[in-house]
Design a protein around this ligand. Structure first.
Ligand code: ARG
Length: 460
């Protein structure tokens, strides 16, 4: 049997296993609408430049639109015989409009075509992911606004360090998400360049108009070198990299939620709508949502690595290796989108902070020790000297099973004559937090400013 897809150079058909191996239709069907849009712009350009007649151009555009309708109604389901979405469309078009359908591929290659499709797809998805980031930030901000005066232990090395406003802690994630949102906007600028018209690799002898198709498709500019245009996937790697950073941030928050929910911390209770039980232990309530987010982070990193390695040895220009970009991108988009949605819901309704437990936590540790040193330093004692002195107090207090607030004024004054009765107020947790009013600090005034700034960012 002759091969139905290829030119008459071929005498026999593909081995069926190889046909499956070679085909991308199972997944690149996701590009269908973008392929139609790209092809319509190309067909219009062919008409406008006189490469085909205006009537032919119109027939192509209409036929492509019919395929769009068929697809939306679930009637367009090409199989492996079509190899990929591009061939599937061309075949169906020719069935629909007759021989003129065979003119669509004039002055074009699947190489510039697929590059166009992937960019249109990613441009859309980036916009949607940015909206999901906004919703996530909104959820963080709402929670932060409710918890300005809720205190939470702050950690370094996961050892109690200094107490914080819970809002300050949550706003740290807001800032990360803000960078993610901005970074994706930056990536979008390099996604939004048209490779259409680069041809197979070298351009085309036809008098095409690349500016016309670029403009029709909303691209900001066109690739200046045809070899680069058909083989560049930097934008895909940049996207996978930005997506990986989103996952880093979600995964760090997920990790915190997981231990906050543990019996050891008891900082949050998990809501029923976002947690799961055990098939054997009736008492269990498990934080599956943040665990899945943490777990899925690995596959997004994997896609970034996969794309980098896919590219590193490719000679110019197009190589079939590039077909592998699609599943990596599709899965990255699906995973990041799903994780952003899940974490947003988790923040909105899946966890409740326990202010009493948090207050107790910050009242029962030595996280106010820095403030004792600061107290003396403010009275002129060199900080290092004060620091050493307080270290000694912590040691003796630990041995006596006491906290700093339990020391009598006599004891304070024996340690250093600079201590006065206001030391107790200075080391109360809320005051310890309030005092850190330096720019960007956890002091309540600073946090209120940060909330306002964050709110403005979401509204602008
Ligand atoms: N399915 C192919 C891909 O995803 C389309 C481009 C094929 N081009 C080629 N010269 N084989 O990359």
């Amino acid at each position: 049997p002759s091969n139905s897809t290829w030119s008459q150079r071929f005498e026999s058909a593909l081995h069926p296993t190889i046909a499956h191996f070679n085909a991308s239709i199972d997944f690149d069907i996701a590009l269908l609408e973008h392929d139609l849009t790209g092809s319509q712009a190309h067909a219009q350009m062919l008409g406008k430049t006189g490469i085909i007649s205006a009537a032919e151009s119109e027939q192509l555009v209409q036929g492509l639109e019919t395929i769009r309708t068929e697809y939306r109604q679930g009637q367009f389901q090409p199989g492996v015989e079509a190899e990929d979405v591009h061939f599937a469309v061309e075949r169906r078009l020719t069935e629909l409009v007759g021989d003129v359908g065979k003119k669509l591929h004039t002055a074009r290659s699947r190489n510039d075509q697929v590059g166009t499709d992937v960019r249109l797809y990613l441009r859309d998805q980036i916009e949607q992911i940015r909206q999901h980031i906004r919703a996530f930030q909104q959820a963080l901000l709402t929670l932060a606004e409710a918890h300005v005066e809720t205190l939470i232990p702050g950690y370094t090395h996961l050892q109690r360090a200094q107490p914080l406003s819970l809002a300050h802690h949550l706003l740290a994630y807001f800032e990360m998400a803000q960078r993610d949102w901005e970074r994706l906007g930056d990536v979008a600028r390099r996604v939004n360049i048209s490779p259409l018209g680069c041809g197979a690799l070298a351009g085309t002898p036809f008098p095409i108009d690349r500016q016309f198709t670029a403009e029709k498709l909303g691209f900001a500019s066109v690739y200046g070198n045809s070899l680069d245009g058909v083989s560049d996937r930097d934008f895909a790697i940049e996207f996978a990299s930005a997506a990986s950073l989103i996952m880093v941030h979600l995964s760090r928050l997920a990790e915190e939620v997981i231990f906050w929910a543990s019996e050891e911390f008891r900082f949050v209770t998990l809501g029923d709508s976002c947690s799961t039980g055990s098939s054997i232990m009736p008492q269990k309530k498990n934080p599956d949502v943040p665990e899945l987010v943490r777990g899925k982070t690995g596959r997004v990193f994997g896609h970034l690595q996969g794309l980098l390695v896919m590219m590193k040895g490719l000679p110019l220009a197009y190589n079939k290796d590039l077909q592998e970009d699609k599943e990596a991108l599709f899965d990255t988009v699906r995973t990041v989108t799903g994780c952003l949605e899940a974490m947003t819901i988790l923040l909105q309704e899946g966890l409740t902070f326990r202010p009493q437990r948090l207050t107790a936590a910050v009242s029962e540790d030595f996280s106010n020790a820095t403030d004792v040193a600061d107290y003396l330093a403010a009275k002129g004692v060199p900080f290092r000297e004060a620091y050493n002195l307080v270290g000694k107090v912590v040691k003796t207090s630990l041995a006596a099973n006491k906290l700093l607030k339990d020391l009598t004024l006599d004891e304070w004054q024996t340690l250093h004559p600079g201590f006065e009765a206001d030391i107790y107020a200075a080391i109360a947790p809320a005051q310890v937090v309030a005092a850190r009013n330096s720019e960007g600090g956890t002091g309540f005034d600073q946090v209120r400013l940060a909330l306002k700034r964050s709110r403005q960012r979401l509204e602008s």
